[in-house]
Design a protein around this ligand. Sequence first.
Ligand SMILES: NC(=O)c1ccc[n+]([C@@H]2O[C@H](COP(=O)([O-])OP(=O)(O)OC[C@H]3O[C@@H](n4cnc5c(N)ncnc54)[C@H](OP(=O)(O)O)[C@@H]3O)[C@@H](O)[C@H]2O)c1
Length: 247
Amino acid sequence: MIDYTGKTALVTGAGRRLGKHIALSLAAHGMNIIVHYRSSGNEARETARLAQQKGVRAWAIRADFADPEEPANFAEQCAAAAGEVAVLVNSASIFRHGGILDAPGRQFVENLQINALAPLELCRWFAKQCANGSIINILDARMDDYVNDHIPYALSKQALNSLTRMLSLELAPRIRVNGVAPGLILPSEVQGEAYFEKHAGANPLQTRGSEEDISEAVLYLLGANFVTGQVIFVDGGRHLRGYSYDG
Ligand SMILES: NC(=O)c1ccc[n+]([C@@H]2O[C@H](COP(=O)([O-])OP(=O)(O)OC[C@H]3O[C@@H](n4cnc5c(N)ncnc54)[C@H](OP(=O)(O)O)[C@@H]3O)[C@@H](O)[C@H]2O)c1
């Protein structure tokens, strides 16, 4: 088990929801935290305050990854504030409706930019600024299914999955690169609780997961010093059922 106490982690999209939970779990294990946010400034500052209460240093830093120039500017700000970063968790993401025949081209570009290319840019920077470290990319348990109403999103997560494998080879042995693929954890505003109740029985374990389940997978991968290029599906086994047309 690697001891990350006193090292710094950058968690993107950490003002709210899963990113916040991951950030606070890392803080509870003694890591300083850079809390990235785009629009949730108050929530991000609150996440940083909660991290500080655990006795670590924490910063809330804003960036909009829809702008291809932003990840590089953001990385500079992170380095200026916190110095060397030893852990990068790419959790920020957009999740919008769009089918293969009707989603506008710009929606594909936007999803790829925010969900795959911004993480890639951060991984490149990360690899230059630390001697040894660990990257966790947050994927989606259904990225390889055919979920016909979220095609640009699925494509972007497939791209991030492929990048995880490529980077794990390219950055070894200094840096391990792994993924966590959540299933039903927190409903989006569009889905709501009703969607989750309806689909909770669709996975073999017939339940839904929690934020703790995701943070525990992240913590495992951070400590697993003989594991790289791996994806842990935290989805009650849903991915084993594979392809489906909708829902
Ligand atoms: N929730 C689930 O059950 C579930 C299931 C499968 C996969 N996942 C994956 O797990 C991760 C976290 O899930 P989540 O539900 O917590 O995510 P989320 O609430 O949909 O989004 C996370 C954060 O991404 C940030 N973000 C959105 N657009 C951005 C942009 N243009 N630039 C920079 N940041 C941007 C937002 O920050 P601001 O709020 O500051 O704008 C948001 O808080 C995501 O990668 C998601 O795909 C989640």
